[in-house]
Design a protein around this ligand. Structure first.
Ligand code: AMP
Length: 114
């Protein structure tokens, strides 16, 4: 997967439509196409980072921006309690290999996650 073929890079470039709920110069947040909760938003960096483990020191500000965007969108969605998840690697459930944070809300969540 490279920037040309990557699904989330293509969504960031608006080549593939998505229900965008927040955007700035660095990040994009859009509704998950197969929601696992009443509110399920995916937050991505616009630059291609394959997975959390590939982030480096130069991405520190970006990682902070991603997390704060989750909190911003959660407030925008009227959520007080919510779950934030990052799947790193196929064995952990990652299916799109472009770093993304899941914001899930609108129902209760068990711990530990399955
Ligand atoms: P993960 O399994 O952690 O890699 O999460 C990828 C997420 O992207 C899944 O929850 C999918 O439902 C979601 N997804 C896949 N394709 C699209 C799409 N075109 N638009 C919005 N969400 C998508």
């Amino acid at each position: 997967v490279n920037d040309t073929t990557c699904l989330f890079c293509r969504i960031a470039r608006k080549e593939i439509p998505a229900a965008v709920v927040f955007e700035d110069e660095a990040v994009l947040a859009f509704r998950d196409i197969a929601p696992k909760a009443p509110t399920h938003v995916v937050v991505i960096p616009k630059v291609h980072v394959e997975r959390l483990a590939h982030a480096t020191e130069k991405d520190d500000a970006l990682l902070g921006r991603l997390l704060r965007t989750v909190a911003h969108v959660a407030a925008q969605e009227g959520l007080k309690d919510y779950r934030v998840a990052v799947n790193n690697g196929a064995g952990a459930g990652q299916s799109v290999f472009h770093l993304h944070l899941h914001l899930l809300g609108g129902r209760s969540f068990s711990w530990p996650p399955g």
